[in-house]
Design a protein. Structure first.
Length: 294
């Protein structure tokens, strides 16, 4: 079946107003057109559609069955278009603070703290883009969250976390297969996160554990995935302390050992050196600097 070409938007708008008013003269006043122009646009629309939309009565108008069916479709389309236009291009639209960063960091570190920021600055919107999305070289982010040593040429960085490394797993897994010593990790699936230099090999060497093969286990691309699998009892994840505070407090994860290895890398707030930021972004940066990082 051939698809009917979409009529011009001004014809549809004229039809919507005329259908509400059921009077071409009143519709013309609302549209700031002449009554003749409104009548002509309706005739053109009816000719385009091949049906009559109005019955012309001695006093006003009446919608035909086709007009009654078409009206809610047109009204919904115009409403959606107006809402989208207002949202994207309104002059009084609030400028969001644009941040790009780790999804794990957002879920376990930033998200629990954002209600406090919203309470202080309800007029500021946050737009957080996960680095799971491809990085656009022309992206206009105000700042980025990175894991590393805080040294990136051409950038200034602000440390956000002071991390330690330690194994975590579910209480159910620990009950089924106890972990009393580091050597007991050989009986469990190690959950590895690709991209972290200080992984299981680093932690085991710092613990002087040579009986556990650090190369075996599951390879995952996000810390969020490894923590979720640990919650489900699939294996043991190597946690960064700042990422598991809520999970340990709720009992979703437990730490078999009390000893923690300091991480040489942490999460940083990063932006280009000399980059000008919006007043909203400056407030967000200042708020982050005042958070307790202990």
């Amino acid at each position: 079946m051939n698809q009917k070409a979409l009529p011009p938007l001004n014809w549809l708008r004229t039809f919507e107003v005329s259908a509400r008013c059921l009077n071409f003269t009143k519709a013309a006043q609302e549209l700031h057109l002449t009554q003749g122009a409104v009548s002509q646009q309706i005739r053109l629309l009816e000719r385009h559609l091949g049906v009559a939309l109005f019955k012309r009565l001695p006093r006003g108008l009446q919608l035909t069955d086709e007009g009654l069916s078409y009206l809610p479709v047109v009204q919904d389309s115009i409403s959606r278009l107006a809402a989208g236009t207002s949202e994207l291009f309104s002059q009084d639209q609030r400028t969001p603070v644009k941040i790009r960063g780790s999804l794990s960091f957002f879920v376990h570190w930033l998200a629990p703290r954002l209600p406090a920021f919203q309470a202080l600055y309800p007029h500021i919107d946050i737009r957080y883009i996960s680095t799971l999305w491809v990085k656009d070289s022309d992206a206009d982010d105000d700042m980025e969250i990175r894991w590393g040593n805080g040294k990136w040429p051409g950038h200034t960085s602000q440390r956000l976390s002071w991390d330690t490394l330690f194994p975590v797993c579910s209480a159910e897994l620990l009950a089924q297969q106890p972990i009393h010593t580091t050597a007991d990790l050989a009986n469990h699936t190690l959950l590895h996160v690709m991209g972290y230099e200080e992984g299981w090999g680093y932690w085991l060497s710092m613990m002087n554990e040579e009986t556990v093969d650090p190369s075996r286990g599951m390879q995952l691309d996000t810390l969020l995935a490894s923590l979720r699998l640990a919650e489900l009892g699939v294996g043991v994840a190597l946690a960064r302390s700042s990422m598991v505070e809520d999970l340990l407090a709720s009992g979703q994860l437990v730490a078999p050992f009390s000893h923690r290895v300091p991480a040489s890398e942490s999460f940083y707030l990063v932006r280009y050196s000399g980059q000008e930021v919006s007043p909203e972004a400056a407030l967000f940066i200042d708020w982050l600097s005042r958070l307790d990082k202990s």
